[in-house]
Design a binder for this molecule. Structure first.
Ligand SMILES: C[S@@+](CC[C@H](N)C(=O)[O-])C[C@H]1O[C@@H](n2cnc3c(N)ncnc32)[C@H](O)[C@@H]1O
Length: 267
């Protein structure tokens, strides 16, 4: 697969065309595709750039809850083995974008969890038919053991930088999934281009895991090693894995992965 080390002067539309990825023209459809114009547009769009937040939750409850997300979701793959009444859960559901897509496809047994109150209230306003729930305790979903048919984690691991927290979330996912239940994950890989390498290096002494850094808007995020993601699937069986170039919600070129994993029938 082509690397993204030399993107200067290349538009998002060009990348989309090259890689045949659907809907890849940046997180905000209003964003200019020319990288120079895009920079100016970003400065106008993100006046909070440089502000620091005391916690990840505060970041996602303030600047984060004003964003629009459009990271691709391979809905046909995920829903292939599911029924219209299957219980599908999204952890880190934001304002319910992915659940809305599933709803439009005829799935109605949907539950979303998020730790940012403003994300949930925005979602309830925009999509009042969705069951979006504010988490009482991080990494603990108010759901019966072995009750869920499918779980989606769409660009949420990137917000959870501590390995221990990610492992706690995976344990919780394993608890609530039914035997043969399905997990879909999409997120960001460590991308050694001229945008990210300096940020990884700048913050390498500050955070335990290389690839973790503070964004210009004060959010703490992590990009992942492939091996970390593969190990993370641990007790689940990975049945599909794909990588694709994309842009972050702040319109920076990045490499993403998408995967599906299944809980064993006897677990
Ligand atoms: C980049 S957004 C993606 C939203 C949604 N999954 C989508 O693809 O449209 C990440 C979401 O994860 C939530 N989040 C971040 N860390 C979380 C945590 N530890 N527990 C629950 N939600 C979290 C944020 O509030 C935000 O809504």
């Amino acid at each position: 697969m082509a690397r993204l080390n030399d993107l200067s002067g290349r538009s998002a539309a060009w990348l989309a065309h090259l890689h045949g990825v659907q809907g890849v023209v940046g997180s905000n459809p209003a964003a200019p595709t020319n990288l120079k114009t895009r920079k100016k547009w970003k400065q106008k769009q993100f006046p909070n750039a440089g502000q620091m937040y005391t916690s990840e939750k505060e970041f996602w409850n303030t600047v984060g809850s004003t964003k629009s997300f459009s990271d691709p979701f391979r809905i046909e793959r995920f829903t292939k083995g599911l029924r219209s009444d299957s219980l599908i859960v999204e952890y880190g559901c934001g304002y319910g974008r992915i659940l809305s897509l599933l709803w439009q496809e005829g799935f109605s047994n949907l539950v979303g969890f998020d730790f940012a109150p403003k994300m949930i209230s925005r979602g309830k306003t925009e999509s009042p038919h969705l069951d979006l729930r504010l988490l009482k305790t991080p990494f603990q979903m108010d759901l019966e053991t072995a009750s869920v048919d499918g779980i989606v984690l769409s660009t949420v691991l990137t917000c959870i930088s501590e390995t221990k927290d990610i492992q706690d979330l995976m344990k919780e996912i394993n608890r609530v999934l039914k035997p043969s239940g399905l997990l879909y994950v999409s997120d960001f890989l460590i991308t050694e281009n001229e945008k990210y390498r300096p940020l990884y290096q700048r913050d390498a002494n500050q955070f335990a895991d290389y690839g973790t850094f503070m964004t210009s808007e004060g959010g703490k995020v992590r990009h992942f090693e492939r091996s970390f993601i593969q190990n993370l699937m641990g007790p689940l069986d990975m049945i599909w894995y794909e990588e694709a170039p994309y842009f972050t919600m702040n319109l920076n070129p990045i490499e993403t992965f998408h995967l599906m994993a299944v809980k064993g029938p006897s677990q």
